[in-house]
Design a binder for this molecule. Structure first.
Ligand SMILES: *[C@@H]1O[C@H](CO)[C@@H](O)[C@H](O)[C@H]1NC(C)=O
Ligand SMILES: *[C@@H]1O[C@H](CO)[C@@H](O)[C@H](O)[C@H]1NC(C)=O
Ligand SMILES: *[C@@H]1O[C@H](CO)[C@@H](O)[C@H](O)[C@H]1NC(C)=O
Ligand SMILES: *[C@@H]1O[C@H](CO)[C@@H](O)[C@H](O)[C@H]1NC(C)=O
Ligand SMILES: [Zn+2]
Length: 434
């Protein structure tokens, strides 16, 4: 018996229960990751790096880190998700060639099935007791957004900015006290890459915390009185939904390419800023495919239009990704220093100190190009080049132990520390940069 993950509400719960009753007979995601491994590889020179690139291309591996073969240089450590025979072929090769490596995940299917999120749940709570320590499928996040809109009139409103490729609504929550005076704004988006589930969990956490601490935390009160904060909990709704019921490791959107078999575009390579340049792929089957043209993805186009209209108000742009533990600012598409570097850098510096102050977790920070790698068509560069002075991309926990499968038990500490960073950046953004 095989269990596929149904998209409907009640089906997964039922199937999960029957999985529990018939251990060993029923598998999540059709057992497609059975025996898959994640291998971390440490090349020590150019030659090894080039050989690895070839190998990865041949084996058609899924790179968890970095996101594309193009980004592999001589010092680039890669986290490679391989299936079936490819794992064996790669391991044999690495051993023979004496390339340093270690197995991060020995059986992806087992690790996945061990996760709390896929166990039979306690009875579903009502929305008034929404559990922020869990990952939620799209329909639950949408119900939660409606509920927040309905129950927190004074601080929250919900609206749509367009539709996704598959026709889902693109929802944005607007937080802040309504006043008659002019207010600046901050934008946050999560879930641009489908498999990075900690992102949407953080956006929801942020909204909850902002509302709950408004009356007790003077800093939050000040923020919500002086600013509007736009929060888009799930940017890539089609991809996120797909990652719940079909492929846990899906990254891109779900648009159909007319001339190719492959689906989807990397929503963080699709923006009109040095589009299709360095660090983006023109191959529709690649995970960093930049799309047929800039803003080809309706999700990207909708957010770009919204931000462009609001660009005079928006002081900060923050996009939440995983994993690497980094806080990045422009540029991604070139080396070199942005105007107002010192303000953007000092806000980032304080933000990572704030993160560290919570649980001692260390984040790197710096320009994306030199801290991570060169990429073009990113939302952060687009925001900065369109006049949003504080533009950041977070790469949240962890550094590869769980990778995209960050356990639910780590949602809370990750969100608590990230919250401090976001508040810190927001306070900076309120000040004039000189
Ligand atoms: C994988 O290995 C099995 C047995 O080792 C073999 O029968 C099969 O053809 C291989 N598949 C591929 C795609 O190489
Ligand atoms: C949010 O609530 C307002 C006021 O009750 C309502 O007019 C609006 O339609 C709601 N937004 C959505 C997307 O349902
Ligand atoms: C740099 O900061 C100044 C002063 O706040 C501001 O007027 C200007 O727009 C900023 N430039 C950029 C590129 O953000
Ligand atoms: C921002 O972080 C710095 C360094 O940790 C800290 O001194 C400052 O109080 C923080 N500000 C806010 C508003 O959190
Ligand atoms: Zn990402």
């Amino acid at each position: 018996m095989f269990c596929t993950w149904g998209a409907q509400h009640l089906v997964p719960l039922f199937l999960l229960l029957s999985c529990a009753l018939l251990p060993g007979q029923c598998h999540l995601y059709n057992n497609q990751y059975s025996g898959d491994k994640v291998i971390r590889v440490f090349p020590k020179n150019e030659k090894e790096a080039n050989e690895l690139k070839n190998m990865y291309q041949q084996l058609q591996v899924d790179l968890w880190q970095p996101s594309s073969i193009r980004h592999i240089g001589k010092d680039t450590v890669t986290d490679v998700h391989t299936s079936g025979n490819s794992s064996q072929v790669l391991l044999t090769y690495l051993t023979k060639a004496k390339i340093q490596h270690k197995i991060l995940v020995n059986n992806v299917q087992l690790m996945l099935e061990a996760q709390q999120v896929f166990r039979p749940r306690r009875k579903r709570r009502s929305l008034s007791r929404y559990d922020y320590n869990e990952y939620h499928p799209l329909h639950e996040i949408e119900s939660w957004m409606f509920y927040m809109n309905k129950t927190h009139h004074d601080l929250v409103s919900l609206f749509t900015i367009g539709k996704s490729y598959e026709g889902r609504s693109l929802y944005v929550l607007k937080l802040g006290k309504d006043t008659n005076s002019y207010k600046k704004a901050v934008w946050m988006d999560c879930g641009m890459h489908a498999r990075e589930w900690i992102g949407p969990a953080f956006c929801q956490w942020f909204v909850k915390e902002a509302i709950n601490s408004y009356n007790t935390d003077p800093a939050m009160k000040k923020i919500l009185n002086l600013l509007y904060i736009y929060v888009m909990p799930v940017f890539n709704v089609d991809g996120y939904d797909f990652s719940w019921h079909s492929d846990r490791f899906w990254r891109k959107t779900r648009s159909k390419n007319t001339r190719h078999q492959c689906y989807g575009v990397d929503a963080n390579r699709n923006w009109k800023v040095h589009w299709s340049d360095e660090g983006a792929s023109l191959n529709p089957c690649d995970n960093t495919y930049c799309g047929p043209f800039a803003e080809s993805e309706p999700e990207v186009k909708a957010v770009a239009q919204f931000l462009y209209k609001q660009r005079k108000h928006v002081r900060a742009y923050m996009s939440f990704h995983a994993y690497a533990q980094m806080l990045l600012y422009p540029y991604s598409y070139q080396y070199g220093t942005i105007p107002n570097f010192s303000c953007v850098e000092s806000a980032a510096h304080n933000a990572v100190l704030a993160i560290h102050s919570a649980y001692g977790i260390t984040y790197k920070h710096g320009p994306a190009s030199s801290t991570l790698y060169l990429t073009s068509g990113s939302s952060m560069d687009w925001a900065y080049n369109n006049g949003i002075p504080y533009a950041y991309a977070f790469e949240l926990r962890d550094t590869g132990y769980y990778g995209f499968l960050l356990p639910e038990g780590l949602i809370k500490p990750t969100c608590v520390e990230t919250m401090l960073a976001v508040k810190n950046i927001t306070m900076h953004a309120l000040k004039k940069c000189r």
